[in-house]
Design a protein around this ligand. Structure first.
Ligand code: GLN
Length: 158
């Protein structure tokens, strides 16, 4: 897994993804990527996989299916730090929320009082599915993280 500027751990089912990581023996490579400070984006189940009870890449715990199950899936316009004033249409599918987090975690967005987008150092995580809408602004936060980590790496190589 060398040569990656960033890694996306997508939505799906956190139990299945966790088992897949185990059976494919991917954990050391994921840890090496994270240890190098290379950016990671975890969306929905991906946020759960990054949490303190799983890979421990974010100093936060995510509560699975916190907003309810399939029938309680919904869309909402949410305010997100760093994308401008225009709200972001967010698609929540059996979505988690951030149940607790440490002081170093930046909360970029909350919905109904629960954090749904956070950043902890090189890891960006959200409870919704930014890939299901046309709005690129959430991905742009991640792309900016990869650009700055790439230029930092270039500086260090000098
Ligand atoms: N509820 C799923 C889980 O617990 C996450 C759903 C999703 O990624 N849309 O893993």
């Amino acid at each position: 897994m060398t040569g990656l500027d960033g890694l996306v751990i997508p939505g799906g089912e956190s139990t299945t993804i966790t088992k897949g990581i185990e059976s494919a023996g991917l954990e050391p490579a994921l840890r090496a990527h994270h240890d190098q400070g290379l950016p990671i984006l975890g969306t929905c189940a991906g946020m759960i996989v990054c949490d303190a009870e799983h890979l421990g890449f974010i100093d936060a715990t995510a509560k699975r299916n916190a907003f309810g199950r399939q029938l309680q899936s919904f869309e909402a316009d949410i305010a997100v730090e760093g994308i401008g004033d225009e709200p972001l249409r967010a698609v929540f599918i059996r979505a988690p929320w951030v149940e607790s987090h440490g002081p170093g975690v930046e909360v970029l967005s909350s919905y109904e009082g629960h954090p749904v987008a956070i950043r902890d150092g090189s890891v960006l995580a959200c409870a919704f599915h930014p890939e299901l809408t046309e709005d690129p602004r959430f991905h742009a936060i991640f792309m900016a993280m990869t650009t700055s980590s790439r230029s930092r790496a270039k500086e260090e190589a000098r």
